[in-house]
Design a protein. Structure first.
Length: 199
Protein backbone atom coordinates (compact mmCIF):
# COMPACT_ATOMS: atom_id res chain seq x y z
CA UNK A 1 0.00 0.00 0.00
CA UNK A 2 1.45 3.41 -1.01
CA UNK A 3 1.24 6.53 1.26
CA UNK A 4 -1.14 9.32 0.25
CA UNK A 5 1.09 12.34 -0.63
CA UNK A 6 -1.89 14.72 -0.62
CA UNK A 7 -2.09 14.63 3.22
CA UNK A 8 1.36 16.00 3.96
CA UNK A 9 1.67 18.76 6.70
CA UNK A 10 3.72 21.99 6.72
CA UNK A 11 7.48 21.84 6.52
CA UNK A 12 9.68 23.35 9.25
CA UNK A 13 10.67 26.16 6.89
CA UNK A 14 7.02 27.06 6.29
CA UNK A 15 6.27 27.01 10.03
CA UNK A 16 9.28 29.23 10.79
CA UNK A 17 8.29 31.70 8.06
CA UNK A 18 4.70 31.86 9.34
CA UNK A 19 5.92 32.32 12.94
CA UNK A 20 8.30 35.11 11.91
CA UNK A 21 5.57 36.91 9.96
CA UNK A 22 3.16 36.60 12.90
CA UNK A 23 5.85 37.89 15.29
CA UNK A 24 6.50 40.93 13.10
CA UNK A 25 2.78 41.75 12.97
CA UNK A 26 2.43 41.36 16.77
CA UNK A 27 5.48 43.59 17.44
CA UNK A 28 4.18 46.28 15.05
CA UNK A 29 0.68 46.14 16.57
CA UNK A 30 2.12 46.34 20.12
CA UNK A 31 4.26 49.37 19.22
CA UNK A 32 1.23 51.11 17.70
CA UNK A 33 -0.87 50.28 20.77
CA UNK A 34 1.76 51.71 23.15
CA UNK A 35 2.04 54.86 21.02
CA UNK A 36 -1.76 55.16 21.04
CA UNK A 37 -1.76 55.01 24.85
CA UNK A 38 0.83 57.81 24.89
CA UNK A 39 -1.33 59.90 22.54
CA UNK A 40 -4.34 59.22 24.75
CA UNK A 41 -2.46 60.44 27.86
CA UNK A 42 -1.34 63.57 26.05
CA UNK A 43 -4.81 64.34 24.69
CA UNK A 44 -6.45 63.71 28.09
CA UNK A 45 -3.93 66.03 29.76
CA UNK A 46 -4.59 68.78 27.18
CA UNK A 47 -8.32 68.50 27.77
CA UNK A 48 -7.78 68.66 31.55
CA UNK A 49 -5.44 71.67 31.26
CA UNK A 50 -7.96 73.50 29.07
CA UNK A 51 -10.77 72.73 31.52
CA UNK A 52 -8.82 74.21 34.43
CA UNK A 53 -7.80 77.19 32.27
CA UNK A 54 -11.49 77.89 31.61
CA UNK A 55 -12.22 77.71 35.35
CA UNK A 56 -9.36 80.15 36.02
CA UNK A 57 -10.57 82.46 33.24
CA UNK A 58 -14.14 82.42 34.61
CA UNK A 59 -13.03 83.27 38.15
CA UNK A 60 -10.74 86.08 36.99
CA UNK A 61 -13.37 87.50 34.64
CA UNK A 62 -16.57 87.09 36.64
CA UNK A 63 -15.50 86.36 40.24
CA UNK A 64 -17.62 84.10 42.43
CA UNK A 65 -19.60 83.78 45.64
CA UNK A 66 -18.28 83.26 49.15
CA UNK A 67 -19.92 81.63 52.16
CA UNK A 68 -19.53 84.81 54.23
CA UNK A 69 -20.22 88.51 53.60
CA UNK A 70 -17.47 90.80 52.38
CA UNK A 71 -16.57 94.44 52.90
CA UNK A 72 -19.65 95.73 51.04
CA UNK A 73 -22.04 93.41 52.93
CA UNK A 74 -22.55 91.01 50.00
CA UNK A 75 -21.06 87.56 49.41
CA UNK A 76 -19.74 88.66 46.01
CA UNK A 77 -16.11 88.20 45.04
CA UNK A 78 -15.91 90.53 42.04
CA UNK A 79 -13.96 89.52 38.97
CA UNK A 80 -11.89 91.87 36.85
CA UNK A 81 -14.92 92.72 34.70
CA UNK A 82 -16.73 93.87 37.84
CA UNK A 83 -13.83 96.03 39.03
CA UNK A 84 -12.37 99.42 38.16
CA UNK A 85 -8.78 98.41 38.88
CA UNK A 86 -6.83 95.26 38.09
CA UNK A 87 -5.84 93.10 41.07
CA UNK A 88 -2.14 92.89 41.78
CA UNK A 89 0.07 90.00 40.73
CA UNK A 90 0.46 87.08 43.13
CA UNK A 91 -2.87 85.35 42.61
CA UNK A 92 -1.68 81.89 43.52
CA UNK A 93 -0.40 80.02 46.55
CA UNK A 94 3.23 78.91 46.77
CA UNK A 95 2.05 75.42 45.76
CA UNK A 96 0.40 76.65 42.56
CA UNK A 97 -3.27 76.84 43.56
CA UNK A 98 -5.34 79.79 42.33
CA UNK A 99 -6.10 82.25 45.15
CA UNK A 100 -8.26 85.24 44.24
CA UNK A 101 -9.07 88.01 46.74
CA UNK A 102 -11.63 90.78 46.34
CA UNK A 103 -14.23 92.46 48.58
CA UNK A 104 -12.12 91.32 51.55
CA UNK A 105 -12.95 87.71 50.59
CA UNK A 106 -10.68 84.99 49.19
CA UNK A 107 -11.55 82.08 46.90
CA UNK A 108 -9.25 79.11 46.29
CA UNK A 109 -11.44 77.03 44.01
CA UNK A 110 -9.09 74.80 42.09
CA UNK A 111 -6.75 72.90 44.39
CA UNK A 112 -5.95 69.30 45.27
CA UNK A 113 -4.06 67.45 48.01
CA UNK A 114 -0.41 68.49 47.87
CA UNK A 115 2.01 66.20 46.07
CA UNK A 116 5.78 66.34 45.69
CA UNK A 117 7.42 66.63 42.26
CA UNK A 118 11.13 65.79 41.87
CA UNK A 119 12.90 68.42 39.78
CA UNK A 120 15.18 67.36 36.92
CA UNK A 121 16.37 70.85 35.99
CA UNK A 122 15.42 74.51 35.80
CA UNK A 123 11.76 74.62 34.79
CA UNK A 124 11.56 70.84 34.42
CA UNK A 125 9.37 68.94 34.72
CA UNK A 126 7.23 71.86 36.00
CA UNK A 127 7.87 75.62 35.76
CA UNK A 128 8.44 76.00 39.53
CA UNK A 129 11.57 73.80 39.47
CA UNK A 130 14.82 75.72 40.07
CA UNK A 131 17.46 72.97 39.75
CA UNK A 132 17.94 69.21 39.37
CA UNK A 133 18.33 68.45 43.09
CA UNK A 134 15.21 69.79 44.77
CA UNK A 135 11.54 68.91 44.83
CA UNK A 136 8.45 71.09 44.63
CA UNK A 137 5.19 70.77 46.53
CA UNK A 138 2.28 71.17 44.12
CA UNK A 139 -1.39 71.60 45.06
CA UNK A 140 -2.84 73.40 42.04
CA UNK A 141 -2.80 73.88 38.28
CA UNK A 142 -1.31 77.38 38.00
CA UNK A 143 2.22 76.82 36.68
CA UNK A 144 3.53 80.35 37.32
CA UNK A 145 2.20 83.54 38.84
CA UNK A 146 -0.67 85.20 36.96
CA UNK A 147 0.54 88.39 35.30
CA UNK A 148 -1.72 91.45 35.07
CA UNK A 149 -0.78 94.29 32.73
CA UNK A 150 -2.90 97.44 32.86
CA UNK A 151 -2.16 101.13 33.33
CA UNK A 152 -0.48 102.88 30.40
CA UNK A 153 -0.40 99.67 28.33
CA UNK A 154 -4.17 99.30 28.45
CA UNK A 155 -6.81 100.89 26.21
CA UNK A 156 -7.83 104.15 27.93
CA UNK A 157 -6.87 102.52 31.24
CA UNK A 158 -9.97 100.33 30.88
CA UNK A 159 -8.44 96.99 29.89
CA UNK A 160 -6.23 94.46 31.62
CA UNK A 161 -4.08 91.91 29.81
CA UNK A 162 -3.84 88.64 31.73
CA UNK A 163 -1.33 85.83 31.21
CA UNK A 164 -1.26 82.57 33.12
CA UNK A 165 0.41 79.19 32.80
CA UNK A 166 -1.40 75.90 33.38
CA UNK A 167 0.53 72.71 34.19
CA UNK A 168 -0.59 69.12 34.58
CA UNK A 169 1.97 68.09 37.21
CA UNK A 170 0.65 64.52 37.31
CA UNK A 171 1.61 63.90 33.68
CA UNK A 172 4.64 66.22 33.45
CA UNK A 173 6.66 64.34 36.06
CA UNK A 174 6.43 61.03 34.19
CA UNK A 175 6.60 62.31 30.61
CA UNK A 176 9.64 62.19 28.31
CA UNK A 177 8.69 65.66 27.09
CA UNK A 178 7.23 67.44 30.14
CA UNK A 179 6.74 70.69 28.19
CA UNK A 180 3.82 69.01 26.44
CA UNK A 181 1.86 69.23 29.67
CA UNK A 182 2.25 72.99 30.21
CA UNK A 183 0.39 75.71 28.27
CA UNK A 184 0.36 79.52 28.48
CA UNK A 185 -2.93 81.41 28.14
CA UNK A 186 -3.58 85.07 27.40
CA UNK A 187 -6.77 87.12 27.74
CA UNK A 188 -7.85 90.76 27.75
CA UNK A 189 -10.53 91.91 30.22
CA UNK A 190 -12.44 95.19 30.31
CA UNK A 191 -12.83 97.06 33.60
CA UNK A 192 -16.54 97.86 33.89
CA UNK A 193 -16.98 99.18 37.44
CA UNK A 194 -17.52 102.93 37.86
CA UNK A 195 -17.69 103.20 41.64
CA UNK A 196 -14.80 102.43 44.01
CA UNK A 197 -13.95 98.75 44.43
CA UNK A 198 -14.73 97.33 47.88
CA UNK A 199 -11.18 96.04 48.35
Amino acid sequence: MRPNNHQRGFTIIELLAASAATGIIIVAASAFMLKSLSWYDELSAKIEINRHARETYDLLAFGGRSASAGKDGTKNVYGIRGSNLAPGNGLRTSAGALQYTDNNLTLTPDSFAAMSVSCTGSGAPIPDCKDNQSSQSVAGWIGSDIQMVGGPKSVNNLTVTVSFTMTDSFEAQRAKGPGTFTDVYHAVFTLNRNEVDPH
